[in-house]
Design a protein around this ligand. Structure first.
Ligand code: NAD
Length: 307
């Protein structure tokens, strides 16, 4: 009798553990600096998700010995008033990092506001000056989520140089900077997007696959090269209409039945786990890295401003 080959599950990349490691590096760097770098998180309006994000960022900053503060402005704030506020923060020597939480109310152009942040204090890495440096392969304040993904890939110990890396999604905050960071590390990078032909065939080339789309369960087991590193940036809350599509995933099914909705990534985790070499869960993969990298960028900005 021929025995079926055992299914070897992927190693799970623990984003919370890697984030804790970065946070301890940040706390040590703050000690070495001998002063507390200042981070200001600006929020306009009352978007409940933004309130939570901004509060968590300011709280984490304080926890690690930075001076984190939240600047909350009313929904009715005009573009001119916000630009004036950003100008004041640019000139304030006690402020090392400025971030403006997106989305902004409709009367304000996010692009104008991002362009107004002093590049040396742009800890989100969204200013065109920092984007330019990143694409030139020069040290820059890189956007936090893709910078965090690099740390997760590094935590696996795989060799990025020469590897085929497939990035799914080409947004300015995740996909494009992700591709630039992988290219800096000498991966052979392919960027896929909504008009890519035969997505499955392209993904199958990837030794490293980063999914940043926002489409639940887009990446299926058949698309993934055995042994690949699969990083799932996607965060999608799905409701009972996903009951059948999640039936094979006992953990998600249980949560869905219990709560009426559940958070899933862009990757069909329960099945891709049996093909990939390493995989990130959602939640607990990329998510925890974003704030950790923001703290790291703030320390970097503080060091550079005083160098
Ligand atoms: P976005 O909507 O700006 O970009 C999505 C990209 O996906 C686009 O470039 C589009 O071309 C591409 N796309 C759409 N449909 C596609 C398809 N069928 N095949 C291939 N590509 C397709 O989104 P974003 O801001 O880059 O975010 C992507 C996901 O990552 C979202 O789920 C978001 O919530 C999540 N996210 C998570 C974190 C985190 O900290 N974990 C941070 C940022 C974004």
């Amino acid at each position: 009798m021929v025995e079926a080959a055992p299914i070897v599950s992927a190693q799970i990349i623990d984003g919370k553990a890697v984030a804790r490691q970065i946070e301890s590096e940040v706390a040590a760097a703050v000690e070495r600096l001998g002063f507390a770098p200042g981070l200001v998180a600006v929020r306009v309006g009352n978007d409940p998700a933004s309130e939570v994000y901004v509060r968590n960022k300011a709280k984490k900053a304080q926890e690690l010995g930075l001076r984190g503060r939240e600047l909350a402005l009313p929904e009715s704030t005009s573009e001119a008033d916000l630009l004036a506020e950003v100008g004041r923060l640019n000139r304030d020597d006690s402020v090392d990092g400025i971030l403006v939480q997106l989305p902004l109310p409709k009367q304000i152009s996010a692009q104008k506001v991002i362009d107004a942040i002093a590049p040396a204090k742009d800890v989100d890495g969204f200013h065109p000056f920092n984007v330019g440096l990143l694409h030139l392969g020069r040290p820059a304040l890189a956007p936090c989520t893709p910078a965090g993904v690099m740390r997760l890939i590094d935590s696996t110990g795989i060799r990025i140089e020469g590897a085929n890396a497939v990035v799914i999604g080409r947004s300015d905050i995740v996909g494009k900077p992700m591709a630039a960071l992988l290219l800096q590390r000498h991966a052979t990078v392919t960027i896929c997007h909504s008009r890519t032909r035969d997505l499955a065939a392209v993904i199958h080339q990837g030794d490293i696959v980063v999914a940043a789309v926002g489409k639940p369960l887009l990446v299926t087991a058949g698309m993934v090269k055995p042994g690949a590193v699969v990083i799932d940036v996607g965060m999608n809350r799905v409701d009972a209409s996903f009951t059948d599509r999640l039936a094979h995933d006992s953990d998600k099914s249980r949560l869905l039945a219990k709560n009426g909705s559940v958070l899933v990534g862009d990757v069909d985790y329960a099945r891709v786990r049996d093909v990939a070499g390493w995989i990130t869960p959602v939640p607990g993969g990329v998510g925890p890295m974003t704030i950790a990298m923001l703290m790291q960028n703030t320390v970097t900005a503080a060091e550079r401003r005083r160098a």
